[in-house]
Design a protein around this ligand. Structure first.
Ligand code: SF4
Length: 334
């Protein structure tokens, strides 16, 4: 904690104990680098300065503000939890770890962060940085990919954390893991070297143990972009697949689509691809074909058959879209 008081980064959410701000920053920074997440944090605080403002926004507005940050379930859950706090708790965040866990999208990590930082509850926060630091400090061989390992780590941290300042302690642990005990640890520059068992055993580069590898699925998307003059057909993505609630185009997994069966006088305007895009569990290769339909009734019919929605081209910019689609739109003109 001495190290933390001297070396912590000056981040906008570090100067407050307001649970709305802590919650927002924690959700935005999950699986996200600080440099990437900070502009989003600033946009959200400016647009929705309190939980009521966020709760009364539409999901589409929230998704639009989140556009480009990925893991969109975070944004949907953020919005749902804001509604819960606003409607069920009168706009006041629950002030205990167990109550916080009842909010949508708040798991043990976020609940512990809010409870300890805002309400001084003595609960350990275990994120990837803390797993790494504790594994090395105590030379632990437990597999951090296993769900049961979290409990072991929490127990150890509970024993070493002070009751008076649990929030600062948790933040110090995370910050130390992020800046000093990094994947390539900076042991020569480490205040904890004397206490570190992994350093003594020279096992620090082997820790933490993580055996579960994420399986990445290769996926090809063939996009068919139906337009007529300044009208365009878009697809709202549904539950059960990536990008729920965002807008893209009609897609197939192969390049086989008999457009003539939909409109015999269509014009194939342009093709583009491949555009590659990586998600945590999927590696996507996307191909795009622009099809100019011959008239408005035909376009309406296609939208009806393929369950698409027709927009004006200039509305595209206002809709929440996956980064892949934003990237594509930045490359082409209609
Ligand atoms: Fe991490 Fe090295 Fe410090 Fe141990 S000595 S805590 S491995 S940086």
């Amino acid at each position: 904690m001495n190290w933390y008081s001297k070396e912590k980064r000056d981040l906008p959410w570090r100067s407050t104990r307001n649970p709305y701000i802590i919650w927002l920053s924690e959700i935005i920074l999950q699986q996200t680098r600080i440099a990437q997440g900070t502009p989003y944090y600033e946009k959200f605080i400016k647009t929705y300065p309190n939980v009521h403002a966020l709760a009364t926004a539409s999901e589409q507005e929230v998704l639009k503000l989140w556009e480009g940050l990925g893991y969109y379930s975070r944004a949907r859950n953020l919005h749902k939890a804001a509604k819960q706090v606003s409607e069920e708790y009168g706009g006041i965040f629950p002030n205990s770890y167990l109550e916080l866990l009842k909010l949508k999208g708040i798991g043990p990590y976020t609940a512990a962060a809010i409870a300890s930082i805002c309400f001084h509850e003595k609960v350990p926060v275990v994120d990837g940085n803390v797993f790494r630091l504790i594994s090395r400090l105590f030379d632990l061989q437990e597999d951090i990919g296993k769900g049961s390992t979290r409990k072991i780590f929490e127990k150890i941290i509970e024993e070493i954390m002070p009751s008076s300042t649990p929030g600062d302690f948790n933040q110090a642990m995370m910050e130390f893991g992020a800046l000093v005990c990094t994947p390539r640890p900076q042991c020569d520059n480490c205040d904890l070297q004397f206490h570190c068992r992994a350093f003594k055993e020279k096992t620090q580069h082997l820790l933490p143990i993580k055996t579960k590898k994420i399986k990445i699925q290769a996926r090809t998307l063939h996009y068919w972009i139906f337009t007529y003059h300044d009208k365009i057909c878009l697809n709202k993505r549904t539950k059960g697949d990536i990008w729920e609630g965002l807008w893209d185009f009609y897609s197939t997994s192969t390049d086989l689509l008999n457009v003539a069966s939909l409109d015999q006088n269509y014009i194939k305007k342009a093709s583009y691809g491949p555009l590659n895009h990586k998600l945590t569990h999927q590696k996507i290769e996307a191909w795009f074909t622009q099809i100019e339909i011959s008239n408005t009734p035909q376009l309406n019919e296609i939208a009806k058959i393929l369950n698409l929605t027709i927009f004006n081209l200039d509305e595209l910019v206002t809709l929440p879209k996956p980064k892949l689609i934003v990237n594509y739109l930045s490359q082409v003109k209609f």
